[in-house]
Design a protein around this ligand. Structure first.
Ligand code: FUL
Length: 504
């Protein structure tokens, strides 16, 4: 008798519409080889979105014409020769410094709104070949991609759709003959890119090739986004098209925080920065948040007088973004020499040391972990508590269907000093947890709830709870002496899953 295959995965039905995000994960069960996996709660991430999420914390490098003119938004009429690096630009130095801070990749701005391209593009003369100093020798996307591969960092590019230099901007041929071609040229610098930043900014009067006018477009159709995505994905399969590209959302602010409650699900037509911070529990699209923030005091570009924020402040941003189911793209701008200033390098090193001290030693791996319930194993998969601390992102703990609340208790032979709890959902099956609480016990008998002042609601890809309830002073005080730590999942959209628990 032939065994019947049951395919679960309603989202395949939506795969043909304009918001299709690539292949959806389908949980397939066969009667002969049942893994007993929980059914997915849709929407679920595409493979490229899953990979993108794993990059977690990465750098933004705003560098270009504005570095030399002192502006933040150039008009596009700047002479190419003004771009004049005083030394050979050194992306390897940028990425090395960021790697020390715990970052896993970086996005280089290679064309900002002024339209000046940091590579020898065929689409416009307004590019480095006509620049001065070390400019003409430094093909930034090429150097950046090479450095990233050498350092085993993920990489991608910011390419501004808004182009105040182009006389074609606002017309159809700007999109077909300039913008889409530029994105394709950049894609060809490496098929291993993880993200392309397609900024939505558009406004202000400008040069626009001499017209000196204001040109407003409707980004929802002008940039031919489905075509843009396809053309980049044909070359770079795993490149998430950010922002206008429709595969990851702006978190709604540039201060380095996401909502304590933060869903990766969203309704793409929602136009509210407050809701961008929290996502939407009933959102129909998987559109995870990315938080862009500056590591410096003033501009996105490095200007005279720029100072670097403290490591403590940057760590707080990390907790409030990566620790709240968002990624963090932290801007570390090179100066006119084409390298990161010494103050920036030093601060990134301090941040890396701080991360290692605070989040470097996982106490959960030495704990005994017991859950109130464990889902029945299938042939090739089990859902045991051990999966929570095995360091394998592809294994997970789950309960039976119909269960929406559960406890997981970690215990140690001797009380441990604990300050942070980190959890990760197995998001391949969708984001499910809606409400949880954390308690600790010093003697193994009496319990006290922690972090009561913060919303312990969503988990998602990653959630880090500062147990004293403060992201600003998460490491102050003596921590908590815990013989036991108990997580109670109070509610979930469907049976909860967790792929990892860490305690620091
Ligand atoms: C914005 C731009 O207008 C800023 O100049 C900067 O590049 C920021 C990251 O995105 O939309």
């Amino acid at each position: 008798m032939k065994h019947k295959t049951i395919i679960f995965g309603l989202s395949v039905l939506c795969a043909g519409n304009m918001y299709a995000q690539g292949e959806f994960q389908i949980v397939a069960q066969t009667l002969s080889d049942a893994d007993n996996q929980p059914l997915a709660v849709h929407p679920v991430p595409s493979e490229r979105q899953l990979l993108w999420n794993e990059t977690e914390f990465y750098a933004f490098f705003h560098y270009g014409m504005n570095t030399f003119t002192g502006k933040e938004w150039g008009k596009g009429n700047e002479a190419e020769t003004l771009y004049a690096p005083t030394k050979m630009p050194d992306p390897e130095q940028w990425l090395t410094a960021c790697k020390k801070a715990g970052m896993k990749g970086g996005i280089a701005v290679v064309k900002h709104h002024d339209g000046f391209c940091l590579w020898p593009t065929s689409t416009t003369d307004h590019n480095i070949t006509r620049s001065s100093g070390y400019g003409p020798q430094a093909n930034i996307p090429q150097l950046f991609a090479e450095a990233a591969r050498k350092l085993d960092m993920k990489y991608g590019f910011y390419v501004s759709p808004w182009d105040r230099n182009s006389a074609f901007y606002g017309k159809d041929n700007y999109v077909t003959d300039v913008f889409l071609k530029q994105c394709e040229e950049l894609a060809l610098y490496g098929d291993d890119q993880f993200e392309m930043w397609v900024d939505g900014a558009n406004g202000g009067d400008g040069y626009y090739g001499g017209q000196n006018t204001t040109i407003n477009i409707d980004a929802s159709y002008y940039y031919d986004v489905p075509n843009l995505r396809d053309r980049v994905h044909r070359i770079c399969k795993n490149c998430v098209m950010w922002g206008v590209g429709g595969e990851a959302r702006w978190i709604g602010n540039e201060q380095g925080y996401a909502g304590e409650t933060n869903w990766a699900t969203f309704n793409p037509t929602t136009d509210s920065n407050a809701i961008r911070q929290t996502g939407e529990e009933d959102g129909w699209q998987w559109l995870p948040g990315e938080s862009d923030a500056k590591a410096t005091s003033d501009g996105w570009f490095w200007h005279a007088g720029e100072t670097v924020l403290t490591a403590e402040r940057l760590f707080q941003m990390y907790l409030e973004t990566v620790g709240r189911n968002s990624t963090l793209i932290l801007n570390c701008p090179p100066d006119k020499t084409g390298s990161l200033p010494a103050a920036m390098v030093k601060r990134l090193e301090e941040l890396g040391e701080m991360m290692a001290v605070r989040l470097g030693t996982d106490l959960a791996s030495a704990a005994t972990v017991i859950a109130s319930e464990v889902r029945t194993a299938g042939n090739a998969r089990n859902y045991r508590e051990a999966n929570l601390i095995d360091g394998d992102k592809d294994t997970y703990w789950a309960t039976k269907d119909g269960t929406h609340s559960a406890t997981i208790t970690l215990s140690w032979e001797q009380p441990q000093t604990v300050r942070y709890l980190q959890m990760m959902e197995y998001i391949r099956l969708g984001q499910r947890i809606q409400d949880f609480k954390v308690e600790y016990s010093e003697d193994g008998t009496s319990w006290q709830e922690l972090a009561k002042n913060i919303q312990t609601t969503t988990v998602g890809y990653k959630r880090i709870v500062p147990l004293n309830g403060s992201t600003a002073a998460s490491y102050s005080g003596s921590g908590y002496r815990a013989k036991m730590l108990r997580i109670t999942i109070l509610n979930a959209k469907a049976c909860p899953t967790l792929s990892s628990i860490s305690v620091f």
